[in-house]
Design a protein around this ligand. Sequence first.
Ligand code: 5GP
Length: 177
Amino acid sequence: MSDKISVLLSEDEVAKKLDDLASVINRDYEGKCIHLVGILKGSVFFSCELAKRLTIPVTMDFMSVSSYGNSTKSSGVVKIIKDLDEPLQDRDVLIVEDIVDTGRTLSYLMKVLKDRRPASMRLCCMLDKPERRITDVKADYVCFNIPDEFVVGFGLDYAQKYRNLPYIGVLQPEETE
Ligand code: 5GP
């Protein structure tokens, strides 16, 4: 049976928001080189689309942490699966994440990355589900606040599928008889 997905944020809406976000970041980091740290795999599309719109000097690195596996619920267990290739020391780091839900993943990750002594560290998220937060994680840049629904597309998956959707959609729960 195929999954039902309804559009929450269209390709155009996401592109417009990315333009706006990039202008703000270009202004905030004027005169600096920004080091984008994308969290795999969900932030790949967002990181690249954002980077393409930045006019300040940009370097990029990626790391991978464990997430929900094949489920739609957080396990609460965070594990670094692939670490960064380069040190963060003295760099102006912008962590680029697909979505903040409970905040558990980023709460852990930001502590680990702060210990590497970047010159500055900020957090940029494509989506935020503020009502789900159980930690004090707060993003410096957010594209969209969304309700408590499980979303896919623009990098976000369900069981590794749907990352390639050019829009963000809500995955409808399967109907039970
Ligand atoms: P948190 O630790 O904040 O609870 O969860 C963060 C991670 O859970 C995200 O990076 C993402 O991988 C996953 N996640 C949270 N909400 C969603 C969602 O609605 N859809 C998808 N596909 N992943 C989500």
